[in-house]
Design a protein around this ligand. Sequence first.
Ligand code: UTP
Length: 289
Amino acid sequence: MKVTKAIIPAAGLGTRVLPASKSIPKEMLPIVDKPAIQYIVEEAVQSGITDILIITNRGKSPMEDHFDRAPELEERLLASGKTELYDEIVSITEMANIQYIRQKETKGLGHAVWCAKSFVGDDPFAVMYGDDVIISDLPACGQLCRAYEEFGLATVGMKEVTAEQILKYSSLKTEPIRDNLFRVTDMIEKPRPDQVLSLYSILGRCVLPPKIFDILENTAPGAGGEIQLTDAMLQLARTEGMIGVDYIGTRYDMGNKLGILQASVEVGLKHPEIGAELREYLKKLAKTL
Ligand code: UTP
């Protein structure tokens, strides 16, 4: 079954990037000239997604404004002959059918996903973490959607992390299928060093069947008193199995100060307008370090 729906949970508090995220949603922090959330919506559209639900909360309305028309600004751009910019600004509002729902309390990623129940209905859907921007010539979400369409099983995007990082993430037990595809048979969230199953962790994206909602409804709060999406996924992995895609692409964690800087530098270097100048600047700067 073709995957055409995606949800973007963006209702977290973003405490790791305070004070920047106090009044600006971290999903709106720019990478060069576009907010993080726009990269994610573009990736969704390039992956064949047509309907997107963004999970928001108080203070996140700049995201809604970003994907809405801006008549005054548009008029001004047209009047001053900036038609290219006008076209770009309008095209942002036409990319996909975007809807919003509020997660009224910050009860964890699992609860945020649960808020999408009526949007999802009986369809499979992609979950694109609102603070994970993945840059790739082959959209990462699409790589997962194609695997879901082939195997009909919950599919997670995974990457190898360091032995230190795995203790803060989820650790997956995997068996290779072919190329960058794996079968995931078990997983553990925030393992102790002796519990690590592999250095593969779920990062940024997954595609889930609608039955995840029945499981979430019966999932007790886990680590940190939050309803953890990984606890629900664990049940799927152990009962019917799950697919892991070691996706092609570079992931930037926009919920983390260093991740934001890495994204700016690396995307900036490839930017047609400022790339060359930034390269020269970095070369000069590197000599002084
Ligand atoms: P994080 O684990 O990064 O949580 O959430 P956070 O609260 O945003 O960040 P810190 O740890 O306080 O700095 C992963 C994704 O899940 C969303 C976040 O917006 C982010 O995209 N999320 C998290 C929700 O939508 N609701 C929640 O209750 C928790």
